[in-house]
Design a protein around this ligand. Sequence first.
Ligand code: ZN
Ligand code: ZN
Length: 317
Amino acid sequence: MRAMVLHAPGEPLELEERPVPEPGPGQVLLRVEACGVCRTDLHVVDGELTEPTLPLVPGHQIVGVVEDGRRLGVPWLGWTCGHCRYCRAGRENLCEAARFTGYDLDGGYADYAVADERFCFPVPPRFADVQAAPLLCAGLIGYRSLRMTGDAERLGLYGFGAAAHIVAQVARHEGRRLFGFVRRGDEAAAAFARELGCEWAGPSDGPAPEELDAAIVFAPAGELVPAALSVLARGGVVVCAGIHMSDIPSFPYELLWQERVVRSVANLTRRDGIEFLELAPQVPVRTEVEEFPLERANEALDRLRRGEVRGAAVLRM
Ligand SMILES: [Zn+2]
Ligand SMILES: [Zn+2]
């Protein structure tokens, strides 16, 4: 089979011929149809996440078909121990021994992948392979982030990439009011935010038209955290949705005072996946994707790094 392989962080992936992987106990072998390209993949390839299993096949938004014809989605959470205090408390996203797809375990930038069946999700029939792939991380983590905002009515989204473009649709479906924050001067992103239901879109370093109840920061830029705090109403929450972020600059306590909260969101639980994949067809979420053939994975990553992808990038096998 063909696979795009990371040998050393900071280097491009290499196209290689590899034997089709053998499924171990409890695993399924999937013929990969599509695999989403996530910002986390970029953090792995660029070495900002420092402990990948090398050599590594990245990719954790896999839509694949098992030999018996079932179509399954493979997310970032690839395995958990099942007995640590987090697993036992229904917080398997925090499992200390967790293994992640496309990081600890080979992922979906390949013609075939193996996955622990207990962590796979059935893909809703409504979605074509390529449209479904971004649901598996951008959608799922976005959904978890949205839940962390409680019942916030006025919601700010910082960074209008793959996750925000899905969350915006879910949030509108829930009747929330949306405000999109984009890089100053990025008119295309502002227009995209408005298309997706933001009643206002403007630069992320500027003021909001009114106080917001919550903000989700998808962009990996630490300076957005105090920026987001500064537009929140009392008791509002800033949710940091990414796995990596540049340092957060110091800020006056006044921005946090009045019970404002800053928190992160880590990984996903299988319950998040089941809930979100049930909800997505009801919205219905429409993912906007830019397709790349497998062998052009480096180009997809480059475009994502430069912020040039509209919606989500997806590899098609
Ligand atoms: Zn555990
Ligand atoms: Zn991801």
